[in-house]
Write a protein that binds this ligand. Structure first.
Ligand code: 6PG
Length: 231
């Protein structure tokens, strides 16, 4: 495991287990120090094996409150639902029922779904767990999206990617307000974009994941291969 000023690089075969332990440590520490910890989980494919291993750790689950960074606007049992992925890889494997706050993607009225979630969302999340798309999107904040200029609202209904489902997403104010941001990125198909994220002027309108540059980045060696000092 290599530590740089803001990223940790793990060999591919150790990525899921290592990321689970790093996330679990931070969840446990905050839960113990604060009595409860509020974490917004990421969707997508990268975190799924991490959640499976997280479920096997001895954590104070009764103190861990699960929120979501974003959701596709589909029912919770839809194959593309982030909630369904988290339920199958994490929630259903835990020894206890925990506090889970779902974004109601099934609602016809996206504005209503966003507003109700914002009303319940803590002012300050403890951890925002994020991923990165090859286009540098994070949560459901896609490059050029008007949501990236949102000054106050913390949850919005937004358009999805080309041909994809419309989405619900935390906004930059919500992500910035979190006590810490942790970004999970793996796979060589994202290596060029990751290098761009770390070597260009921060411009979250073009590269939304740069909102999390101050966070902890947990990378596999394939995606990290072109970072400065490693190629
Ligand atoms: C989602 C995620 C999204 C994800 C990136 C990376 O709902 O899909 O919240 O932001 O983190 O698209 O996805 P992969 O991990 O599948 O590459």
């Amino acid at each position: 495991m290599e530590m740089y000023e803001r990223w940790i690089v793990l060999p591919g075969e150790r990525f899921a287990q290592g990321a689970a332990h790093l996330l679990g440590q931070r969840l446990a520490r905050r839960a113990t120090e604060q009595g409860a910890v509020h974490v917004a989980l990421s969707g997508g494919a990268t975190p799924a094996p991490v959640y499976e291993r997280l479920a096997g750790l001895e954590l104070p689950w009764e103190r861990i409150h699960v929120w979501f960074g974003d959701e596709r606007r589909v029912p919770p049992d839809h194959a593309d639902s982030n909630y369904r992925m988290v339920k199958e890889t994490l929630l259903d494997r835990l020894p206890v029922e925990i506090e889970v706050h779902r974004l109601r993607g099934e609602l016809e009225d996206g504005e209503r779904a966003a507003a109700e979630y914002e009303a319940a969302l803590p002012e300050v999340l403890d951890i925002a767990l994020l991923g990165m798309g090859s286009d540098a999107h994070t949560a459901s904040l896609f490059p050029g999206s008007p949501a990236l200029r949102e000054p106050a609202r913390r949850v919005l209904a937004v358009a999805g990617p080309e041909g994809g489902h419309p989405r619900l997403t935390l906004t930059p104010p919500a992500l910035r307000a979190a006590r810490e941001r942790i970004v999970l990125v793996a796979g060589d198909e994202k290596a060029d974009m990751l290098r761009e994220v770390f070597t260009t002027e921060p411009d979250p309108i073009r590269r939304p994941v740069q909102l999390a540059l101050d966070g902890l980045w947990i990378l596999d060696d394939a995606v990290a291969a072109r970072l400065p000092g490693r190629s």
